[in-house]
Design a protein around this ligand. Structure first.
Ligand code: HEM
Length: 242
């Protein structure tokens, strides 16, 4: 079995960006509707909500507001509650050390597994039409490069969870710091607005279209340089890998 990053890599090809862009666009509109007429907004929270919304839409489409809100509330309760690192995590030498302290996490896990299993079963029974594709469709069609087999439901569930948790907080931090930096430089903010007005977001459908916003790209790269969402990594390869 390939490692998570290797398994997911084929999901993020240039052509799959087309599948994802409409979902990101919808999440951006959700952000605008959430903050537009407010004199003040907590941007840290607004971007967390937006990143969750983006990853939920990109993974499972979920146009129905209620289903999306339920899943999003489940994830938020984990991220803000039992998922937060605690003292037991610092001293635990394995995943099941301090079992007595894991009850709430196990209850979350079974609700999460149940919710994702229901989405996978529904999708298999009623495959999405070609124009409404999402990451779940890409995962269902993915083959393990080492074994050539399609992924099991449990693997799809675990890959979805990895994307959910690896993709949302990181992206939220990046958007927050980029927005913060732009508040400090209003002329740069204006130049960026002009760049985006010259190629409006509803015209962006592919990776090539995003090249119309070189200044935005540089602002995001600069935010990543100054405020990296993951500033250090303690991962160590166990064996040579490509
Ligand atoms: C600004 C946004 C992001 C940043 C800064 C970021 C950063 C990173 C870093 C530094 C790692 C390596 C961690 C390590 O090995 O110690 C990593 C791994 C990973 N990231 Fe991201 N990431 C971002 C967004 C995303 C998104 C949007 C997704 C998916 C939807 C994603 C999925 C993953 C996955 C699957 C891995 C590999 C996990 C593994 O091998 O176990 N990331 N990311």
């Amino acid at each position: 079995m390939a490692a998570p990053a290797q398994l997911l890599a084929p999901t993020f090809t240039t052509s799959s960006i087309k599948v994802l862009v409409p979902h990101f666009h919808a999440a951006a509109l959700h952000l605008l509707h959430g903050i537009e007429d407010k004199p003040e907004a907590n941007l840290s929270k607004a971007f967390q909500d937006t990143a969750l919304e983006a990853v939920l839409r990109a993974l499972f489409s979920m146009p129905e507001h209620e289903a999306r809100e339920n899943l999003s509330a489940l994830v938020r309760s984990y991220v803000e509650g039992v998922g937060r690192p605690n003292l037991f995590d610092v001293f635990a030498r394995s995943d099941d050390a301090f079992g007595f302290a894991l009850g709430k996490r196990q209850r979350f896990q079974s609700r999460w597994f149940g919710a994702i299993a229901a989405i996978i079963a529904q999708r298999k029974a009623d495959p999405a039409s070609a124009e409404h594709r999402d990451l779940l469709d890409l995962l269902l069609s993915l083959k393990d490069a080492e074994t050539g087999e399609t992924l099991s439901d449990a693997e799809i569930r675990d890959q979805s969870a990895t994307m959910f948790f690896a993709g949302s907080e990181t992206t939220a931090r990046l958007m927050f710091w980029a927005a913060y930096m732009l508040t400090l430089d209003t002329s740069e903010q204006q130049r960026l607005q002009d760049e985006i007005a010259a190629f409006a977001p509803d015209r962006a459908h592919s990776l090539e279209d995003l090249a119309h916003w070189p200044r935005l790209r540089n602002v995001l790269l600069e935010a990543l340089r100054l405020y990296p969402p993951i500033p250090t990594s303690c991962a160590r390869p166990l064996a040579p890998t490509r």
